[in-house]
Write a protein that binds this ligand. Structure first.
Ligand SMILES: Cc1cc2nc3c(=O)[nH]c(=O)nc-3n(C[C@H](O)[C@H](O)[C@H](O)COP(=O)(O)O)c2cc1C
Ligand SMILES: CCCCCCC(=O)C(=O)O
Length: 478
């Protein structure tokens, strides 16, 4: 294991963008700290500690509780010591308070009072839906509605979640899961666990420095962050905030091709490691509440990547950009156009059929994200987990296949990997984490999901991600 660690970390370091030695020293200093934390999972307690040595283990104790020791390049647990009081209750579980001064509140006058009064101050954040609840209670309604939106009747959005619950697993026993390892690689880069951050727009609606906090969280947890074109921080601000982070950039194709071209040049110069071309938005889906709310970015926020670019537009605006700015004539030949602009790997996001998966491979993309855009585009399309199998079967390992949509628990991650995804990405949970506590909240989201994934993996008899395969799925129940 240590040889693999060395190999992977040198590969990762050599391909990372340059950063100032000061920042690197700071990062290393942070990494040398050790922390521990208890995370509850139902009646069981999952105790997690970090030593940053690169080794990760999950140990099952005699009473059925799980002790997880693992390390990452950053520390998702250190935050609670930095900014918020935490205490141990009688069970030895952490209790957390919402006492941090967040910028975000439904109350203009006293955000602190507002944040604490709406939540039980001793409430533990145990699973991702706890963060959803917090976000729903604390975000302004128009923001909540925008993040939560699905298209039309939200059938596909909701099916993204329910579809995982239809899948049953075939766990294997007596396989010595005393040591487990969640690491994997995507596009040749090692990440600590197969869970990345999907591109979502407008993070500054949830937290004051928005995408910069998201990028720092992904860097600390050593996973991939796909920054959206529609970010409220610029691509430069994002990469500067997390100079050692693995970042990909999500691109839309504009009628004004120069705009897309400039963005690709900028992200390549900044050290982003892939371009993710979103292909399911020739037009924006019909999101009823956004229409009802006349959703717009507040005047103090903008799509920073467009700064100075849409100055000549006539004021009609949708989602922070000029109306009709996306090019609905985008077609397969545009993959070649994009390839002519960059040497970065191109990942195509929004594929749901085997026919399109085959075309994507034939057009030379390096990866496919099976996605229905969180159910925000075509209502009535398949849940992304239901579309995964036919795509994996068609691709036959020629390119990496990833998935997003509806991932909320560790067993969802396990199911997606069992059905052939190399990595999954999460969208909405990240903005819930931001709304809860900025960078720390996003780190907690990632930590909880990875803890759950590691536990599910062990309970299913898998010691590492390469042992996860289709035999884990009970197909007769599908
Ligand atoms: C609020 C929000 C904004 C999004 N913005 C983008 C975007 O800018 N670009 C993009 O390709 N996908 C975008 N998506 C889709 C996500 O990348 C992803 O496909 C989806 O959120 C995954 O589903 P989940 O939210 O259930 O995890 C957005 C999704 C949400 C919820
Ligand atoms: C004109 C396209 C706006 C897209 C905004 C971000 C996004 O993809 C979303 O789903 O919302």
């Amino acid at each position: 294991m240590s040889n693999l660690d060395e190999h992977c970390s040198s590969q990762r370091n050599s391909s990372r963008k340059e950063s100032s030695s000061k920042i690197k020293r700071h990062t290393r200093k942070q990494q040398s700290k050790s922390h521990s934390k208890n995370c509850t999972g139902g009646s069981r307690t999952l105790e997690c500690s970090k030593d940053h040595s690169g080794a990760k283990a999950l140990e099952l104790t005699g009473d059925g509780s799980s002790t997880s020791t693992h390390s990452s390049s950053g520390d998702s647990t250190q935050h609670k010591f930095l900014t918020q009081p935490s205490s141990q209750n009688m069970d030895g579980k952490d209790t957390k308070t919402f006492s941090e001064t967040g910028h975000l509140s439904t109350s203009e006058s006293n955000p602190d009072i507002d944040r604490t009064s709406l939540c039980d101050p001793t409430m533990s954040m145990v699973c991702l839906s706890d963060f959803e609840l917090f976000a729903k209670e604390h975000l302004p309604k128009t923001t909540w509605d925008y993040y939560a939106a699905g298209a039309d009747e939200c059938c596909t959005r909701d099916d993204n979640l329910v579809a995982y619950k239809r899948i049953r697993l075939r766990p294997r026993m007596l396989r010595d899961v005393s040591v487990t390892d969640t690491r994997t690689t995507i596009q040749g880069m090692e990440i600590n666990f197969p869970i990345g951050i999907a591109p979502t727009a407008f993070h500054c609606l949830a937290w004051h420095d928005g995408e910069m906090s998201t990028a720092r969280a992904a860097e600390a947890m050593n996973t991939c962050y796909i920054a959206s074109t529609y970010s409220t921080c610029s691509v430069e601000e994002i990469s500067t905030a997390a100079p050692n982070g693995l970042q990909w950039f999500q691109l839309y194709v504009y009628r004004n091709r120069k705009l897309s071209e400039q963005l690709v040049q900028r992200v390549e110069a900044q050290g982003y490691k892939a371009v993710v071309l979103t292909v399911d938005v020739p037009y924006t889906g019909k999101r009823r509440n956004d229409i009802r709310n006349n959703f717009k970015l507040p005047p103090h926020l903008k799509v920073k990547n467009f700064d100075g670019i849409f100055e000549d537009f006539n004021g009609a605006e949708v989602y922070g950009g000029a109306v009709n700015s996306l090019d609905p004539s985008i077609s397969w030949k545009d993959i070649y156009w994009l390839q002519s602009l960059t040497r970065l790997p191109i990942i195509i996001k929004g594929i749901l059929t085997k026919e399109d998966a085959e075309l994507a491979v034939e057009h030379g993309v390096q990866g496919i994200i099976v996605s229905n855009h969180g159910g925000r585009q075509l209502d009535g399309g398949p849940a992304s987990i239901d579309a995964l199998s036919e795509i994996v079967e068609t691709v036959q390992g020629r390119v990496e296949v990833y998935l997003d949509g509806g991932i909320r628990t560790g067993s969802d991650v396990l199911k997606a990997l069992a059905l052939g995804a190399k990595c999954v990405f999460i969208g909405r949970p990240v903005v819930w984490g931001l709304a809860y506590k900025g960078e720390e909240g996003v780190r907690e989201i990632l930590q909880i999901l990875n803890d759950e994934f590691r536990l599910s993996m062990a309970l299913a008899g898998c010691r590492n991600v390469s042992e996860i395969n289709r035999n884990l799925i009970q197909f007769s129940k599908l």
